[in-house]
Design a binder for this molecule. Structure first.
Ligand code: PGA
Ligand code: ZN
Length: 428
């Protein structure tokens, strides 16, 4: 027996899985872990614009099979293990699965277990989750990347092609203040949208962003105008960004980007030029997945052209996968990375990817998925792993829980906290 096991309170006594629902009303998995002296509960989110390099969320038999596997097979193997030994638990999950994409037990299953274990360990040790993850000096508060106007797969037919029109209130002095600014921008953007689109009735997409019958350029104009006004009123610098989620627009057979709204397409070159044009015209500081997930070279060209002015962030491009990040670093394909734990399956895997990304100088952005639950572990992850930016929507209960949790963390760290240091692309 290892010495830390003598403490015993972190030893796993029971693991239990059930089906619950996510914010889109789709079933997902929730896992509970009981230790001698603690408890953890976690659930898995789901994407709509999922990348092809993400792990498989559920086994062949679907969620029912995932729940059965946890309750009848995995539970037995975890009981008696130390929940504080995250690495050993996550390694065991890989061992039980035996594939390289979690297709046997499901990546969502693995994630829910992995996070529930971390929460149970934190609870057993009597420390907040972010401290269990990051240690006593984890005290930097991230800035939210708020989703104001939506399009693509998160919205309807007549909405913009670009999936997310985003803001970061880089001038705010606290997380609470960043939210005040985000909500004000959201509210004011809603008012302006009513003027630009007469048919707009206040509808919102999967992540709480407004959905209107407008083009990409109109959305950018509305957002620019709103931010200019709000920034002047509240005296806080706000910068703009987008998530193009280009893999959703890419037609691999025709090798073009399909613009559903306009009923036409763009070649790769046209897409590259369009991205450069809008970054310059609207002073965008953050561009996620401007090109589809296979186009490392195109990403490299954008980093070369725009990298000093804007963060070129890989989401589907990297799929939180360390091997893909290594390839991206060799090609200088990005200067920022989205960290979505459910893309890779366990906390340890997400951490390993983050470590590789950091070594190569990528700015990490911890992110939710469009289908979320009331779980707020990514808020703890962002602080624990010292990620300067968290992307977790704006409105909607499943997004608000993450924001409110960060308000609590901020309060807990009152005397020692500082706002995260942001990269020059966002602060210049
Ligand atoms: P998803 O979208 O969760 O639907 O994949 C979020 C994103 O692309 O960042
Ligand atoms: Zn994305």
């Amino acid at each position: 027996m290892r010495w830390e096991n003598l403490l015993a309170e972190t030893i796993i006594e029971d693991v239990y899985a059930r089906k619950i629902f996510d914010s889109r009303g789709n079933p997902t998995i929730e896992v509970e872990v009981v230790t001698t002296d603690g408890f953890g509960r976690a659930s898995a989110p789901a994407g709509a614009s999922t990348g092809i390099y993400e792990v498989v969320p559920f086994p062949k038999g679907g969620i029912d099979e995932a729940v059965r596997l946890v309750n009848e097979l995995i539970c037995e193997k975890l009981v008696g293990m130390d929940s504080a030994d995250q690495n050993a638990i996550d390694c065991l999950l890989h061992e039980i699965d035996g594939t390289d994409n979690f297709s046997r037990i499901g990546g969502a299953t693995a994630l829910a277990i992995s996070v529930a274990v971390a929460k149970a360990a934190a609870s057993s040790l009597g420390v907040p989750l972010f401290q269990h993850i990051g240690g006593v000096f984890a005290a930097e508060i991230p800035y939210p990347l708020g989703n104001i106007i939506g399009g693509g797969k998160h919205a309807g037919e007549r909405a913009p092609n670009i999936q997310e029109f985003l803001v970061i209130p880089v001038g705010a002095k606290s997380y609470y203040e960043t939210l005040e600014v985000c909500f004000r921008v959201h509210r004011e953007a809603g008012k302006l949208l009513k003027k630009v689109d007469k048919s707009f009735t206040g509808g919102r997409g999967d992540e709480g962003a407004w959905v209107a019958n407008i083009s990409d350029d109109e959305a950018l104009q509305v957002l620019s105008e709103t931010c200019r006004r709000v920034s002047d009123e509240v005296g806080c610098k706000i910068v703009l960004g987008i998530d193009v989620a280009s893999s959703s627009l890419w037609d691999p057979e025709k090798k073009v980007y399909t613009l559903r709204r306009e009923g036409r397409s763009r070649s790769r070159e046209e897409q590259v030029n369009y991205v450069i044009e809008i970054v310059e015209r609207y002073d965008l500081r953050y561009v996620e997945d401007p090109l589809h997930e296979e186009d490392f070279e195109g990403f490299s060209y954008l980093v070369e052209t725009l990298g000093r002015k804007a963060l070129i962030c890989g989401d589907d491009l990297f799929a939180t996968n360390a091997t893909r990040v290594e390839k991206g670093l060799k090609l200088k394909a990005a200067n920022a990375i989205i960290i979505k734990p459910n893309q890779v399956g366990t906390l340890t895997d997400a951490y390993k990817t983050l470590r590789v990304a950091r070594t190569g100088g990528l700015v990490p952005v911890v992110s939710h998925r469009s289908g979320e639950t009331e779980d707020s572990f990514i808020s703890h992850l962002a602080v624990g792993l010292r990620c300067p930016v968290i992307k977790t929507g704006v409105l909607g209960g499943e997004r608000i829980v993450k924001h409110n949790e960060l308000i609590r963390i901020e309060e807990m760290l009152e005397n020692v906290k500082s706002m995260a240091e942001l990269p020059s692309q966002l602060t210049r």
